[in-house]
Design a protein around this ligand. Structure first.
Ligand SMILES: Cc1cc2nc3c(=O)[nH]c(=O)nc-3n(C[C@H](O)[C@H](O)[C@H](O)COP(=O)(O)OP(=O)(O)OC[C@H]3O[C@@H](n4cnc5c(N)ncnc54)[C@H](O)[C@@H]3O)c2cc1C
Length: 385
């Protein structure tokens, strides 16, 4: 390992941007490339907001990772004198029928030292009368979590990266030749080549297109519809983040929302994986059926918003892996290339922690943890080759 190796990071979303910054802070020379820019409208990191939570169920690495990410978000907020995490608290609503996920979460939250309260339905009703708690038996409230400014923080990470001496270019990397070793480097849209000592492909939902034989259907972009409802003037304050936490309803399907942030309306979405979606050419129009389902849900759970007008919509895509776990691994045919992605609908909050892990793996020449390696799919026969 050279003392200051040159690294090329492809993709400036939540995973690539933070990876580039951590590598640079550890003394590497880093070139960060993005076809459309950090947090662009096609990117999975491109929404206004993303949930920051530690509730993740039993036996998983993400509560601990969220605890580390919380510390890192706070550290960079202090350093850059900017707020990204709005600490509104996150309320997780559980039904009594099947609450193994929530029961398991409690132990994990305790171990990771993420503050939380277990609340009964009457306690929740007293605090948040805006919510109808029918079918909900209990809840987990994480007071120090909330929501993150998504696209704004991606841009801030790249700005900080450039201010520290990193090189950022808005240009596409061509897919040709990426299935094998990379002796000439990567080919760019203008026909030039970029040669580095190491390559990190953090290209989100595009990883399957860049690496059809290695990733292929291990990352499936799925269409996710997001809705913003206008809060009626008489309830203006009641439904903003001053009075309501971020919430997640796990009683039936998994539906979640972020109360009116930055006057943008009441955000609500269904976490159920949608149909396959093309992140480059897909038309970003929400489905009428999903809108009907969401309206029905809104009237049930938030009765005062029954007739709230739809003021905005967004279509984004999850980069879904078969087991919901990330992919952080070396390219199987190229010792000096790494693949980082598969956020599977929950990656954004972990960006600073994932970037730190990847930087340490590469610069200390370590292998990734088994749970994020590609060969886990081979073991389960998901990989066809
Ligand atoms: C609707 C929705 C809600 C979500 N909610 C949450 C949430 O509440 N909490 C949470 O933690 N996570 C959430 N997620 C998941 C999270 O947003 C993603 O897991 C995360 O943003 C993925 O980041 P990424 O860097 O891997 O990918 P991306 O953000 O897609 O970044 C990849 C980048 O690579 C660039 N790129 C691609 N191909 C090339 C190429 N050939 N050359 C150069 N550049 C290229 C793209 O332009 C893009 O900027 C949500 C996702 C969606 C869609």
């Amino acid at each position: 390992m050279k003392s200051n190796p040159h690294l090329a990071v492809i993709g400036a979303g939540a995973f690539g941007g933070w990876t580039a910054l951590h590598l640079l802070e550890r003394g590497a020379r880093v070139t960060l490339l993005d076809a459309w820019g950090p947090g662009n409208s096609r990117a999975s990191s491109g929404g206004e907001t993303r949930v920051m939570r530690g509730t993740y169920g039993p036996d998983q690495p993400y509560t601990e990772m969220a605890a580390r990410a919380l510390k890192l978000w706070a550290k960079y907020e202090r350093r850059w004198k900017r707020q990204f995490l709005h600490r509104t608290g996150v309320l997780w609503m559980a039904s009594g029928r099947d609450n193994a996920f929530e029961r398991g979460s409690v132990e994990m939250l305790r171990a990771a030292k993420i503050p939380f309260e277990e609340l009964s339905t009457p306690q929740m009703h007293k605090r948040w009368p805006q919510i109808r708690f029918q079918g909900i038996q209990w809840g987990i409230f994480e007071p120090e979590c909330g929501y993150l400014d998504a696209r704004a923080s991606c841009k801030a990470v790249v700005n900080a990266f450039v201010a520290l001496g990193g090189q950022y270019r808005q240009i596409e990397v061509f897919r040709g030749g990426l299935g094998t070793a990379l002796p000439r480097g990567v080919k760019l849209r203008d026909g030039s080549w970029l040669k580095a000592d190491f390559y990190v492909f953090a290209s989100g939902p595009w990883l399957s297109k860049l690496f059809p034989s290695i990733i292929g259907n291990l990352i499936q972009p799925t269409k996710q519809d997001v809705f913003f409802f206008g809060i009626p003037a008489r309830h203006a304050l009641y439904f903003t983040d001053a009075h309501l936490p971020v919430w997640a309803d796990h009683s039936d399907r998994f539906i979640y929302g972020i109360p009116g942030s930055g006057r943008r309306g009441f955000k609500i979405a269904d976490d159920t994986r949608g149909p396959a979606f093309d992140p480059t050419d897909g038309e970003r129009v929400v489905s009428a059926q999903t809108l009907r389902n969401i309206r029905e849900y809104l009237a049930f759970r938030f009765p005062a918003l029954k007739d709230a007008p739809l003021v905005e919509t967004r279509v984004c895509q999850y980069e879904q892996t078969p087991d919901n776990h990330f992919i952080i691994d070396r390219h199987p045919a190229s010792e000096n290339a790494w693949i980082v992605g598969g956020g599977s609908g929950h990656g954004f909050k972990h960006g600073p922690a994932v970037g730190e892990i990847v930087a340490e793996l590469i610069l200390k020449e370590r292998e990734s943890d088994a749970k994020w390696r590609l060969d886990r799919f081979r073991a389960k026969r998901v990989l066809s080759s």
